[in-house]
Ligand binder design. Structure first.
Ligand SMILES: [Zn+2]
Length: 623
């Protein structure tokens, strides 16, 4: 007996044998059992999902000698001849090889004649989108008014290419890609019928490689059976497909989770001995990391498409979401670098080491050793999350602010008060951390939430930070403090030097603050104060600002001063100008120091460099 390929040997003969496509089978079954037949059916879907198989079963249903039904007998002459491909009234055409209009005319020449054996004359036109425009026109005439004994079954991978006139005359059914799970189950079933041994992991690999096409899956299975000689094994299949065994990826992740460099390099050694394709190994790793990220965000969304659902859920608990995101980015970057690296194994090792030593932004380096606590449950992991967040905040470089304090309390409270939402908040924050990290932002994640300080309790460092970031808004530099003098205690003591200090002390912010910063003292007495506002700022000035400044001064001196603000050219330096000057001087000093630095000079000399003086700026000091 000759060997028949699996795809043909086990081609489904009835609707119930067909895998998947329930959404198509239901209306078809209903139509057949109720004799409500259309004259043209169009089956669409990617290759190998069962379009022609379905059409052939439909031909059986229509021509079975037992009568039209969704369950053809399978034993009568017509049924047998159809499945053997020699039924005279089933005319199968591959449109790809017969695109010309003459071909179509010839094909349709005999449409008018009654079927010779069956109930219906059935035209099964595969890849119908390949027909020429003229051919479509020729077909259209018949499709519009076909004789009652004719049925058209059209199949195509590309329905977009069909003229709308054809589409509108067909009953269209879109077949779906098969899921790896459906394919794996079917392969298992077939191997059972063939009485062949197999490893389940091998079938998952085949199912994934088939990418939704059952025909491809069966062809691959045929290959695997001859390749593996006997048992269809995971190692054999991965050799055949050239894909890395999924087990390798899990082993590497296990080593990463355990923070065990020795084991990690050992694993790479083992991989390298089998002459692997590191590109594919990275792809497999990316796929797993993607699934881990999903598992951390929405565990219920993890399907068993690689037969590794339990493993994914287990590993999702071994890493923080930031780690997974970082690994993914590193692996993705590494994938691009792989072609550039002279030695792909070295490059792969570098990548893994990078994953091992680079903790996500804000995470204390090497925070956990997990080699010995594999028994830790996922639940514990979840509860521990906010604490870890807290550690990260504590390790943050910035001074405490009220906002963060509040946040931290919320995080610490979370596990007891909202057990159902345990994961949500940390994840969101983690996401933020990653985004901040990826954006190359040097701020730690918490600072994103921080609003600029507006009250007078803000520290000098924060003021400096705000000054550096808040564009045009004028605030005295903390360096001004060096020059600052004591606050005036009585109105009479006010002069333009301590006016700056007073402004800095009262610091109203907003437009009022800006107005105040551009004022200088003209005249002062026990009951009244006259200020001159720089005319450049007069556009935004109104009575409201005057009242506000008057109130602030009254609060400070404990007595009401009658305040007059006139617009003009100040005779002395306003707090704003003073702050700008100090900043400028500081920068000048910095540039001089930079240019005179021995190391810098040497660099410039060695590389024939040039210093772009404008680009020199002070580094923000924090905390
Ligand atoms: Zn039959």
């Amino acid at each position: 007996m000759t060997y028949q390929v699996l795809a043909r040997k086990w081609r489904p003969g009835t609707f119930s044998d067909l895998v998947g496509q329930a959404h198509v089978l239901k209306p078809l079954t209903h139509a057949l059992d109720n004799q409500r037949l259309h004259h043209a059916y169009l089956f669409t879907g990617t290759r190998g999902v069962g379009k022609t198989t379905l059409a052939r079963i439909l031909a059986r249903c229509l021509n079975c000698e037992e009568g039209i039904s969704s369950r053809p007998c399978g034993t009568c002459e017509a049924c047998r001849e159809i499945s053997e491909g020699r039924f005279i009234d089933l005319i199968e055409v591959d449109a790809a090889s017969r695109t010309k209009v003459e071909d179509t005319r010839e094909l349709l020449e005999n449409v008018q004649y009654a079927p010779s054996r069956g109930r219906f004359k059935i035209y099964l036109i595969d890849e119908v989108h390949m027909l020429s425009a003229h051919s479509f026109n020729a077909l259209l005439k018949t499709l519009e008014e076909p004789p009652p004994h004719v049925k058209f079954l059209l199949a195509t991978t590309d329905p977009q290419k069909l003229p709308i006139t054809i589409l509108s005359r067909c009953l269209q059914f879109n077949l779906k890609n098969l899921s790896p799970q459906q394919i794996e189950e079917y392969l298992e079933d077939i191997l059972g019928r063939e009485k062949l041994d197999f490893e389940e992991a091998a079938l998952w690999q085949l199912a994934n490689a088939a990418a939704g096409s059952m025909r491809d899956a069966l062809t691959l299975l045929d290959q695997a059976i001859s390749f593996c000689e006997g048992e269809v094994s995971a190692a054999g299949v991965s050799d055949m497909l050239g894909t890395p065994e999924q087990g390798v990826v899990w082993r590497l992740l296990e080593n990463l989770a355990a923070q065990d460099p020795a084991a990690l390099l050992q694993s790479v050694q083992e991989v390298a001995e089998r002459a692997p394709d590191f590109q594919q190994l990275l792809d497999a790793m990316l796929a797993v990391l993607h699934r881990l990220a999903i598992a951390q965000t929405l565990p219920a969304a993890i399907d068993n498409s690689f037969g590794d659902r339990d493993q994914v859920l287990e590993f999702a608990g071994k890493f923080s979401p930031e780690e997974i995101q970082l690994f993914y980015q590193l692996a993705l970057k590494g994938r691009g670098d792989l072609n550039l690296a002279p030695d792909s194994r070295a490059m792969f090792e570098m990548l893994l080491i990078r994953m091992l030593v680079f903790a996500p932004e804000g995470t204390p380096t090497l925070p956990r050793r997990r080699s010995n606590d594999s028994g830790e449950s996922r639940a514990e992991e979840t509860v521990a999350e906010p604490d870890r967040q807290e550690d990260r905040q504590r390790a943050g470089p910035e001074p405490e602010t009220q906002t963060r304090d509040g946040d931290r309390k919320a995080a610490a409270r979370l596990p007891e008060e909202e057990p159902g939402k345990q994961k949500k908040k940390p994840l969101k924050r983690a996401d933020q951390a990653v985004r901040t990290h990826l954006a190359g932002n040097t701020d730690s994640p918490v600072s994103v939430e921080k609003s600029p300080p507006t009250d007078r309790t803000s520290t000098a460092a924060e003021q400096q930070l705000t000054l550096a970031t808040a564009g045009g808004r004028q605030r005295p530099d903390s360096n001004a403090k060096a020059e600052a003098t004591a606050l005036p205690v009585a109105p009479m003591a006010l002069d333009n030097r301590n006016w700056s200090s007073l402004y800095q002390h009262l610091n109203p912010g907003g437009i009022t603050g800006n107005i105040m910063a551009h004022c200088v003292i003209v005249e002062t007495s026990e009951q009244a104060l006259r200020l001159c506002l720089d005319s450049s700022q007069s556009a935004v000035f109104n009575e409201e600002h005057r009242t506000r400044i008057e109130q602030l001064l009254a609060g400070h001196f404990q007595t009401v001063l009658e305040l007059t603000i006139e617009v003009g050219e100040p005779a002395s330096e306003s707090p704003a100008l003073r702050s700008q000057r100090i900043k400028r001087e500081k920068l000048e000093q910095l540039r001089n120091r930079f240019e005179q630095d021995d190391n810098v000079r040497q660099l410039v000399e060695t590389f024939s460099g040039e210093i772009l003086t404008e680009s020199i700026s002070p580094i923000e000091q924090r905390g």
